[in-house]
Ligand binder design. Structure first.
Ligand code: SDX
Length: 434
């Protein structure tokens, strides 16, 4: 990308009309051309399916520089937060915009901890699902159902209710995710414990059984917490845009988050971590890599290297580097010396990064490339990988939803279209149709 364009306005000639469109600069990153009045002045829409050049909002939460491989949460580099912070501190930062003082952190942790249990009726709600349902299907259903249980925090015009709903979502997602896992393996639900931090609580709810004591491994708990930090927010990605659009109609936050979970499930988005591990398993061994790289480059073959490429990053995803380091930490802690999938991943990354197709198209590993190997080693089945992504991204969705709702200029999102269907024509009685 060329150096930042510093133009103060954008001239646009539409037929014999000459428009001078205002340009709005950001704190950092690309400026935007404000086309809000374009239709009124020209009778034309802009056209940008996939929104490759379109900003849907202004936001203060997360900044990505795809060319430089930079990711900032409220201005702080992801590398520093992942190294020194914890997930609940990151939640506070994303929600409130500043790092918490020790007192603010203690209060926030206490408030979240006190909302980790779900309504006991949710246990019966789960009984309606098949045991072999995909945990993401269970999450879409159960998170959407929260609005049937927590009527006292669905009035989005009330800032107190908005914050209670935010805390409830952050606190209950680990519990619901663990319940979806336990339900799928036929084990009893494990209740949260208030004396544990969020990630330790989550690992215990997933892997403890009533028949014996469960000791949380601090290395795995730290790794889990860091994985949650890496997935917490990522500006206007597909699922966050879904949450914003759902929220723009005034829908309650639980319903909006359920919509975000549904969107995240797709293999081109949050489902890529599950797909990436399946792909590494399908490749199976290092000698099979050339065949799969050839297929990924073949326009006529729908196969894509899962965990590779990104709409915004045209450089290494900074999260992928931290994910790779975490992967090695977890495998070392678990004494997994030679994981064949890791060997395939490391060799595949090396081959792809030296291949002119990937270099020319600027395709690098993204966050999903190493997460699957790490989560599998921690004991999660592939069907739980996107659930963990959804758990972590909930704070990003909520923070972006809150920012939109609290924007005084907020209005319902309603894109237009280029109509390419049939021109007006009269109804034909069935007797006269051929
Ligand atoms: C996430 O948006 C976010 O921020 C998402 C996310 C977040 O935190 O919310 O970062 C999480 O979703 C990460 C991405 C996970 N998805 C995958 O790993 C699935 C595999 N990746 C691809 O499906 C793809 O790279 C996308 C969907 C991620 C991006 O697709 P784009 O926007 O179409 O990518 P592009 O325009 O940069 O593609 C450029 C070219 C295209 O070929 P041409 O049309 O130019 O000929 O590269 C090709 C693509 O077909 N390409 C790939 C490829 N990814 C893109 N070719 C082979 N293998 C790939 N993985």
């Amino acid at each position: 990308m060329d150096a930042k364009n510093t133009a103060k306005s954008a001239a646009l000639a539409v037929g014999d009309k000459k428009l001078d469109l205002p340009v709005k600069p950001g704190t950092i990153g690309p400026s935007v051309v404000d086309i809000g009045k374009l239709y009124g002045q020209t009778g034309m829409f802009t056209y940008d399916p996939g929104f490759t050049s379109t900003a849907s909002c202004d936001s203060k939460i997360t900044y990505i520089d795809g060319d430089e491989g930079v990711l900032l949460y409220r201005g702080y580099p992801i590398e520093q937060i992942a190294e020194s912070g914890d997930y609940l501190e990151t939640c506070y930062l994303l929600l409130y915009g500043e790092l918490p003082t020790a007192a603010q952190k203690a209060d926030f942790d206490f408030r979240v901890n006190r909302h980790t249990m779900v309504h006991e009726q949710m246990h019966r709600f789960f009984q309606g699902f098949r045991r072999d349902a995909h945990p993401m299907a269970v999450m879409v259903g159960s998170v959407g159902a929260l609005s049937a249980f927590y009527h006292d925090s669905t009035d989005i015009s009330d800032p107190t209710q908005r914050m209670i709903a935010s805390i409830r979502m952050i606190a209950k997602m680990p519990t619901l995710a663990a319940m979806a896992f336990k339900y799928s393996i036929g084990q009893p639900f494990i209740y949260p414990r208030n004396d544990l931090d969020l990630s330790s609580n989550f690992l215990r709810m997933c892997f403890a059984v009533p028949a014996e004591e469960y000791k949380v491994n601090p290395v795995l708990s730290r790794a889990m917490d860091r994985i949650f930090i890496l997935h917490a927010d990522h500006e206007q990605n597909a699922s966050t845009s879904t949450v914003r659009l759902a929220g723009s109609s005034g829908a309650n936050p639980f319903a909006c988050i359920a919509a975000g979970i549904a969107c995240l499930w797709g293999p081109a988005h949050g489902g890529a971590n599950e797909a990436a591990l399946k792909m590494l398993t399908e490749i199976g061994s290092v000698d099979k890599i050339p065949e799969f790289v050839r297929r990924a480059k073949d326009k006529n073959d729908p196969f894509r290297l899962m965990g590779f490429g990104h709409r915004v990053y045209k450089n290494y995803d900074p999260r992928a580097k931290i994910m790779q380091k975490t992967c090695h930490e977890v495998l070392n802690e678990l004494g997994i010396k030679d994981d064949p999938l890791l060997d395939v991943a490391i060799e595949l990354e090396k081959v792809a990064l030296q291949d002119e197709y990937f270099i020319e198209k600027k395709l690098y590993p993204n966050i999903d490339f190493y997460s699957g190997i790490t989560l599998k080693a921690m004991g999660f089945p592939t069907t739980m990988f996107t659930v963990l992504f959804a758990l972590a991204r909930t704070v990003g969705w909520i923070a972006q939803w809150k920012e939109m709702i609290e924007d005084p200029g907020q209005k319902i999102g309603r894109p237009r279209q280029l109509y390419t269907g049939a021109p007006r024509r009269d109804y034909l009685p069935i007797s006269r149709r051929k």
